[in-house]
Design a protein. Structure first.
Length: 368
């Protein structure tokens, strides 16, 4: 179990609208014949990398968030903390400003600023992504915050079974579990609110959106050591593998099996795979963890029995979900495909490749 908060920001800057041309031959030909009507518009922000980072720097320091662990521009790491240094926001900003020409900073595509922060009972990873080019209507600044409980940091020479024993009190009753989750959500929500207020104070914005969710990891095998945890550069910050974070994150990988063994009633959360990809979303009407193999590690994945569920593709269990007809698999058009496939949104060089549709189900609906 870990928490996620997402904030999207539309800064008050001049926006330029540009068209993105199709990339494939046939689509290009049709685009020419239709005088560019096939091209999709994109928003290009006019802020510079240095300017927007300076504003965020002031906002973050105002609420004592100043421990940077990564600063990257267009996939180049200007700064990454591999030693666990503290209070290095100014150091990272200095390195960036001395290495980047002010004119060049106007032509970045993406900036990633990642910070670490401990407050109350939670440790946070705060990833700020700034996009100069984005789809019309999307916000160019996206903040993804992951929070884990500091109480269950893996101790030196502690094994998974010993850590499970420390977690047992939470699962001693349904009331105890619900109380713990409610408290952690409240603490986490306070940090997200504080971050929002600081940004509004120091960054001129037109609009801001936010959401807070709870995630439970469903491993594909029994996890007994932190060396088994998966990492990926483009996953949520908790899965990146930042220095020292796995010691705090390890308990989350034991969570689902403990829920099963105590038959916890679970609702209002996202079940995610070993890189944080959504498997399913459980609404307010949940299910009993022990009633199916949904959360049971080392078992073939199966859908929950009952509950208000939405399923997703692009995860470790997408094949099982397709086989169970819970999601529908789609294929991208190849060059030899139909004209409708060639002219689909997937023909643009910066479009996502959607291979699956998500489906919803509920306890009163048949999954047959």
């Amino acid at each position: 179990m870990y928490l996620t908060g997402k904030i999207e920001i539309d800064p008050s800057q001049i926006t330029i609208y540009k068209k993105v041309k199709p990339t494939k031959l046939f689509a290009k030909f049709v685009d020419i014949l239709t005088f560019g009507s096939l091209s999709q518009k994109r928003e290009h922000e006019t802020f510079t990398a240095v300017a927007i980072l300076q504003q965020l720097n002031i906002a973050l320091r105002s609420i004592d968030i100043k421990n940077v662990i990564r600063l990257a521009v267009d996939d180049y790491d200007f700064y990454i903390d591999e030693k666990g240094e503290e209070d290095d926001l100014e150091q990272a900003m200095f390195q960036f400003k001395t290495k980047v020409d002010p004119i060049e900073s106007e032509f970045f595509n993406t900036i990633y600023l990642v910070l670490e922060h401990i407050e109350d009972s939670l440790k946070y990873l705060i990833e700020i992504a700034i996009y100069r080019k984005h789809r019309v209507g999307e916000y160019p600044i996206k903040i993804n915050v992951n929070g884990v409980c500091t109480e269950f940091k893996l101790k030196e020479n502690e094994n998974s079974e010993q850590l499970k024993k420390r977690l047992e009190n939470i699962f001693s009753s349904q009331e105890s579990y619900d109380r713990f989750i409610k408290t952690q959500k409240q603490v986490f929500g306070q940090l997200i609110d504080k971050l929002e207020v600081a940004i509004k104070r120091f960054v001129k914005i037109d609009d801001i959106k936010k959401i807070v969710t709870l995630q439970v990891i469903r491993p594909i095998e029994t996890i007994t050591s932190k060396e088994q945890l998966r990492h990926a550069r483009y996953a949520s910050p908790a899965f990146y593998g930042y220095f020292g974070f796995d010691d705090f994150f390890f308990y989350s990988w034991l969570w689902s099996d403990i829920m099963v063994s105590h038959n916890i009633y679970c609702n209002d959360f996202y079940l995610v795979d070993t890189l944080g990809n959504n498997i399913l979303k459980v609404g307010l009407m949940g299910f009993n963890a022990g009633a199916s193999k949904t959360l049971k590690t080392d078992s073939a994945f199966e859908a929950p029995k009952g509950g208000d569920i939405t399923y997703f593709g692009y995860n470790d269990f997408a094949g099982s979900l397709v086989s169970a007809k819970l999601i529908e698999q789609e294929t991208r058009g190849e060059d030899t495909g139909s004209a409708s496939e060639w002219l689909s949104g997937n023909e643009y060089d910066d479009e996502g490749d959607g291979s699956y549709n998500s489906y919803s189900s509920c306890g009163s609906c048949s999954n047959d």
